[in-house]
Ligand binder design. Sequence first.
Ligand SMILES: Nc1ncnc2c1ncn2[C@@H]1O[C@H](COP(=O)(O)OP(=O)(O)OP(=O)(O)O)[C@@H](O)[C@H]1O
Ligand SMILES: [Mg+2]
Length: 360
Amino acid sequence: MIPILRQHAEQQFTEELDALQKTDTRQRPTNWAMSPWAVATYLLGGKLENGFEVSPKYIGSRRIIEIAIATLTTDRALLLFGVPGTAKSWVSEHLAAAISGDSTMLIQGTAGTSEEQLRYGWNYAELLSKGPSRNALVSSPLMRAMEQGKTARVEELTRIPADVQDTLITILSEKSLPIPELGLEAQAVRGFNVIATANNRDKGINELSSALKRRFNTVILPVPSSEAEEVSIVSKRVAEMGRALELPSEPPALKEVRRVVQIFRELRNGQTEDGKTKLKPSSGTLSTAEAISVINSGVALAAHFGDGVLRAGDIASSLVGAIVKDPVQDEVIWREYQETVMKERSEWKDLYRACRELDE
Ligand SMILES: Nc1ncnc2c1ncn2[C@@H]1O[C@H](COP(=O)(O)OP(=O)(O)OP(=O)(O)O)[C@@H](O)[C@H]1O
Ligand SMILES: [Mg+2]
């Protein structure tokens, strides 16, 4: 078997999806692979009646996930919105995998996304030799999802130019896609819906028109509410990714994960945990996703160039990389944090020293 670097959710969690489908006795919306309740269990984890354990994919509010799933059973599409790294793409992939058994009907929104990419294109060899026909038409993932009654995903919706975004309005309100060249239309089959993601921090984003906004139910994915929650997200994802990347190391000590998460939270919130010291917030987003990659890079360093145990020296450089995004402004903020916060914490001396050494 060829080793795949990253499996789609439905490949990686086939066993869980099968177990859920088998035990699921609740009502399923037409063309859904399982009931809304089972989709929620797939995302949030839980134990089935027969004792089978479903692992949690999303850690956070159950209600948010329930609202997201309920939306997809209605005629409105779902927009997952929030700051970077709050698991919008992750949740979107898992929802599509659970509902449709296929998370790959995906359009990646960019400034260059064209109308054809949302609708359909043509196979020009076929078009020129035989003229326009259904055979010459190349469906977009969105059109395929419509025809198969499945979930389509649009990533980074707000990066798509406004006039191209408007293509979605007809699809979402009429549930049909006209193909004037053939005098036809593709009508969406029951079970079709769209999950879009968008973040509010990126430069060069295009506002959604109010007409399009009305076709979506917006669900905001928040940053983790407590430090404990964030620590558990980071530990879990790092362990999973370490396994997937076959890193020959021990799972990172909770202590290191806690420190990274605490630093990120303090710089994000503009004050230390005890509220005693005010800090200038850094310009980087310092998301949970970034905390995960800081620990991951550290684990790789420790695994290949250390003794496999994650230490302060292994996380210092990627920590700086994540925090100092603007070389002038953030450098000052980071320096101040090291001197006023890190240096004062007696059990953080190793990390303080490791960070200082990088500057020398
Ligand atoms: N609450 C959470 N529960 C589980 N995993 C989480 C959570 N928050 C973040 N993650 C992890 O963070 C990583 C990044 O998430 P993802 O790429 O989905 O973020 P995003 O919101 O789409 O960010 P962007 O706006 O940059 O596209 C994923 O590996 C995901 O597992
Ligand atoms: Mg994303």
